[in-house]
Ligand binder design. Structure first.
Ligand SMILES: Nc1nc2c(ncn2[C@@H]2O[C@H](COP(=O)(O)OP(=O)(O)OP(=O)(O)O)[C@@H](O)[C@H]2O)c(=O)[nH]1
Ligand SMILES: [Mg+2]
Length: 458
């Protein structure tokens, strides 16, 4: 498939606003000629070798706009694969706008979001999994997420599928040749050896699929919902974990109506902490709405903390825990015994008092929530265990699922001596879907979807 770009584009590549420096990127066939016209330096830009930097003045006609640097990357050795000039100027809205205006005067078009990376993909500088890694690096909500995306940018995802793709392609070719010799009864593909390769491929695909949920945590962060009966101390615990008074706390049951979300970073991963309305039967319509929203927040969470007022008895919230485990199977629910200070026992004894698996805290004392921090840290790191070189996203997961189903069908066919032509159809189809993941086969809709996450200048 082809996507032709003839024009030259430009955009600010650094965040807009007041800053020490800003970088404007220009890419396309006229990049060097246009920049040469606006840039005066000792050695003309058009004479400079690739991958060098020149210092000089950016001019709009006879007016000096700013003293800038121009870094030259000649095609095909640039980010986009086209001629690229990166103009480094002083940060600030007016300088940047004047430089961009002078480029536009020379016929350069302002770039669309992600257009530089789109050109890099079309010019085979990056495959589609690497493009998606660029978006993940920009938006990453965790240190391990950014590191995994960097491994994906280095080609880690495609590498995992390339062996399978090679095996499938060569088997498909041989299966098709077999057809020409079907009357002689030749078997060019050992069914047993090919079945082994398919089983190995299935395990690679299944592992990638299994990591999709974990990848979502690394990409978007880990959500923790604080739930419980009214007055259990949810908002107090929320504030204690954040280290500041963010939510209103009061002895009146039903204080929190809407949910409140704040971020904290635990072991390099963003945790979205959500304080919710107390769960109880109520006739108050506003409170009922809050309770509905609470349930939807719980649904989206990776971990639910059920806060129990320990002074009302350790088993006081058991009914609620059972109900949540029943309604949200697969969700990790941890019971937090709060207000332990009211039991008049030393902090050192709290853990031994509460039922096994429960966490003993007091949100009134800073040291009273340290055990809970430990639990959160464990849950966060366990949630992305097993993620290796790929941050599998929803688009890729859907395609991986199709490959899995196709390979399972191939395996059944191999075990039941189905004719070679039928097996070859499945095998070719799996190869095509692998191509959709890496971008060997694509259509503009897929690219639009992938690039919708990009910002202007990337
Ligand atoms: N002694 C003691 N009191 C606490 C503790 N945590 C919360 N409280 C008190 O319990 C009352 C209720 O606290 P909140 O944090 O508002 O409780 P909540 O669960 O958010 O309540 P709703 O939003 O109404 O559902 C307040 O008076 C708090 O000061 C604790 O660990 N020890
Ligand atoms: Mg509250």
């Amino acid at each position: 498939m082809n996507e032709l770009h003839g024009d030259t584009i430009c955009a600010l590549a650094t965040p807009p606003g007041v800053a020490g420096l800003a970088v404007i990127r220009v890419s396309g066939p006229n990049a060097v000629a246009v920049c040469s016209s606006c840039f005066t330096s000792a050695v003309a830009l058009s004479q400079a070798p690739s991958h060098t930097i020149r210092v000089g003045w950016w001019m709009a006609g006879t007016t000096r706009i700013d003293e800038v640097t121009c870094t030259l990357f000649l095609a095909p050795n640039s980010y986009t694969g086209e001629d690229v000039v990166e103009i480094g100027c002083h940060g600030g809205v007016f300088v940047v706008n004047q430089i961009i205006a002078s480029l536009v005067d020379w016929g350069v078009r302002p770039a669309l979001p992600g257009e530089f990376t789109r050109r890099a993909f079309v010019n085979h500088k990056l495959d589609l999994t690497q493009v998606e890694a660029v978006a993940d690096i920009i938006h990453s909500q965790s240190v391990p997420g950014a590191q995994t995306a960097a491994r994906q940018l280095a080609g880690g995802f495609t590498a995992q599928l390339s062996d399978l793709r090679y095996q499938l392609l060569s088997a498909a070719g041989l299966l098709e040749v077999e057809l020409d010799f079907s009357e002689e009864g030749y078997e060019f593909v050992s069914r047993e050896a090919f079945a082994k390769a398919v089983i190995k491929g299935l395990s690679v695909v299944s592992n990638l699929l299994d990591s999709a949920r974990a990848a979502e945590v690394l990409r978007s962060g880990f959500q923790v919902a604080i739930a419980g009966y009214p007055n259990a101390g949810k908002s107090s615990l929320f504030n204690a974990l954040l280290g500041r008074d963010r939510a209103i706390v009061s002895p009146v049951a039903g204080t929190t109506r809407d949910y409140i979300q704040e971020q904290l970073v635990i072991d390099g991963c963003t945790v979205h902490l959500v304080d919710t309305a107390g769960l109880r039967d109520t006739a108050d319509t506003i409170e009922m709405q809050g309770i509905r929203i609470t349930r939807s927040q719980i649904e989206q969470s990776n971990l639910v903390l059920v806060v129990n007022d320990a002074s009302a008895g350790f088993a006081h919230s058991m009914g609620l825990c059972a109900e949540l485990e029943d309604k949200f199977p697969g969700h990790k629910v941890v019971t937090v015994q709060n207000k332990m200070d009211l039991l008049n026992m030393d902090l050192g004894q709290w853990d031994s008092l509460v039922p096994a698996g429960h966490v003993a805290v007091s949100s009134l004392h800073p040291e009273g929530v340290s055990a809970l921090r430990g639990i959160l840290s464990e849950a966060v790191s366990a949630s992305y265990d097993g993620v290796m070189d790929a941050l599998v996203n929803a688009r890729q997961a859907a395609l991986l699922q199709t490959i899995k189903t196709t390979l399972e069908s191939t395996l059944r066919s191999l075990q039941h001596n189905i004719p070679a032509d039928l097996i070859a159809i499945d095998v070719r189809s799996a190869v095509r879907v692998i191509g959709e993941i890496t971008g060997e086969t694509w259509n503009p809709d897929v690219l639009d979807q992938v690039f919708s996450r990009f910002c202007i200048g990337k």
